[in-house]
Design a protein. Structure first.
Length: 283
């Protein structure tokens, strides 16, 4: 009987043995030291134990804690998206922080001063952007993410989605998600229908694109440009645990919004109110 396998040259076998021997030697020299008698080996990937007097990092302020939602692509766990019959109107729980949201932007005239105010007061917010505004404002979108804010989808051109065809609704939402993803590396996980107008089709198409539906509790009325005092009174009068505040950073003259924010935001913080951003799986 003959062996069908080809004969291996002797020099090849000797060279392979030498390479394997070198690899084993290197592994032995670089392996973790053996634990002392009675001790335990450290778990793989665990950080070294802090020595006496080592500084213990303080927990960051809850308003500044970074989100996993905008980690590098591929690192976040994808959550199932519910097909709702109504959007999230307020955050659950009797002591839940408030949520501050801005629609229609980003606008290079008003979004930067709003971001400056939020950073000064260590507050995170959610920006529901329109694709036609966001497409050429990648720098502002990246700044939002870098400073801990959440970006949501507010359609491409702000149409009344409940009167649009399925193809139009899908295109409005899909194009905006793609614009956001190009800028920050991840598509939005939240959406808000223009004018707060929802129907079964809008809920379903949003969910198919991986987005949950988010509305509001308190309307600041800044879209009417009613005057700074009215905007302040609207927000202060509606403030409370779990409240979602609607404001705008584009879509008109938003100088009143910026001026009002300078007053009502520090006042609410001084009164003990806290602000957070929505997290998938918690609402």
């Amino acid at each position: 009987m003959t062996n069908d396998a080809p004969l291996v040259p002797r020099r090849f076998l000797l060279r392979t043995a030498a390479v394997l021997g070198a690899a084993v030697t290197t592994r032995l020299l670089t392996a973790d030291p053996v634990a002392e008698p009675g001790g335990t080996l450290p778990a793989a990937g665990s950080p070294p134990a802090a020595g006496p007097g080592a500084a213990v990092p303080a927990h960051p302020d809850h308003r500044l804690r970074p989100l996993a939602g905008y980690a590098a692509p591929g690192t976040a766990r994808r959550l199932p998206t519910p097909v709702r019959t109504k959007p999230v109107l307020r955050m659950p729980g009797a002591a839940h922080p408030m949520v501050l949201t801005f629609d229609d932007g980003p606008d290079p005239r008003y979004t930067p001063p709003i971001l400056d105010l939020l950073r000064r007061h260590h507050v995170r917010a959610t920006f529901f952007v329109c694709g036609e505004m966001a497409e050429n404002q990648g720098g502002l979108l990246r700044r939002m993410v870098d400073e801990g804010h959440v970006i949501g989808n507010h359609s491409w051109s702000h149409p009344l989605l409940t009167r649009a065809s399925t193809a139009v609704v899908r295109a409005e939402l899909e194009r905006t998600s793609e614009a956001v993803e190009r800028a920050v590396g991840r598509p939005p996980q939240w959406m808000r229908a223009p004018y707060g107008a929802w129907n079964r089709r809008v809920f379903r198409l949003g969910a198919e694109l991986g987005m949950d539906a988010f509305a509001w509790t308190v309307d600041s009325l800044d879209w009417k440009e009613p005057g700074t005092r009215t905007i302040i009174d609207q927000v202060l009068g509606g403030a409370g645990p779990g409240v979602i505040v609607l404001a705008h950073d584009a879509g008109g003259d938003r100088s009143q919004t910026v001026t009002a924010l300078r007053t009502w935001l520090p006042r609410l913080l001084a009164d003990g109110h806290r602000f957070t951003v929505p997290v998938r799986g918690e609402v």
